[in-house]
Write a protein that binds this ligand. Sequence first.
Ligand code: PLP
Length: 445
Amino acid sequence: MTHEQSRSLYDRALSVMPGGVNSSVRAIQPYPFFVERGDGGDVIDSDGNKYTDFVMGYGPLLLGHDLPEPVQAAVQRRASEGPMYGAPTEVEVELAEFVARHVPSVEMIRFVNSGTEATVSAVRLARGYTGRDKIVIMEGGYHGAQESTLVEGSGTNTHPSSPGIPDSFAEHTITVPFNDEEAIHEVFEAHGDEIAAVLTEPILGNYGIVHPVEGYHETLRELTEDHGALLIFDEVITGFRVGGLQCAQGKFGVTPDVTTFGKIVGGGFPVGAIGGRAEIIEEFTPAGEVFQSGTFSGHPVTMAAGLETLRYAAENDVYDHVNGLGEQLREGLTDIVADQAPNYTVVGTDSMFKIIFTRDGPGAGDTHCEAGCRQNPDCSRFESCPKNGMDVKQAETERWERLFWPAMKEQGIFLTPNQFESQFVCDAHTEADIEDALEAYKTAL
Ligand SMILES: *Cc1c(COP(=O)(O)O)cnc(C)c1O
């Protein structure tokens, strides 16, 4: 494999873009490969190298790189009719109706342009609706590049995790470890009447993939209800991936007050959305008082891509296919790990997967969940399976990134470049792709 073109492009990029990229996670060491084009479940880089792609744009691409004919046609037609207008279009109504029909928590929805914009607006909405300032988030949760959630520290002892954010933002943010019932009870005992919302991913999807323990979301649901706070599920990554069209909230049977979306709902184009009960969502201007607006919001090309993608998924057993491949992959990885690296933990569900390089696991001979950790309390590994972000952070992150990732890339498998980000199977992948990937894991682990 040679990378001369990518190297020279990165050389140029470093002169005109900070770190040579437009999103920090892309700055793979020593330099990223530049993508020439996608092809089904693969990407081809500027030097002509082909990789099986399990990054899938970091989550938006459910169908892979070749859009099926109806999706492709709708996108082309919308683009050829003029990209956008600043006036409403029918396709926005159709996508809103589709989401409201399938997602339990959604009666009404506001479309925006990124997951970040969705979580920023959802936090403002929760504060406006409740008249309270504090929000509770999970350590190791990710809600995009927004001031109120870019915090570190624990409990009420939080501070901004990036320069450029005043301390006063973090003062209103409380963090708790995911899956820790005691911690969330304590926070509500101390601050229950000041909390506007608990904001959490239903599955931590940006910090190693951490599945909830039985009953955790039910606890969040009860506590928020009892104290007049909102429960916000950030389904930017799990939405229309975990649990199919009903999303993770349908799969877990817990209905939040507000849900944020992004990624898949735009069919590969920039998107975000905030959905929920009408009474809450109607607090957004112009129906209500909480300011929310955007030049590109509800962009017709994005709306068409999102709507046709979801329709295609509904009509073509897409979820059966990708979830089946996900299961095949996680089962295969579980066998390989048991053989070659018994400390490690296979995680993921539906079409999400990852191996966490956990240290000091229980070791050889122990049982694993069959196809990705489900936090099964009867499992002999239960105590050592990652329960929250900090557990994942303590894994062998350097080994993952410096030794394992390059070894997979050299075998033509494109994984997310660090221990934390999720990986995805898409509709264009085949059983043969999964078998090839498993062989590569055997060699690289
Ligand atoms: C990706 C992601 C975001 C941010 O979305 P952007 O479109 O990158 O701004 C927010 N929350 C979660 C859970 C995500 O996975």
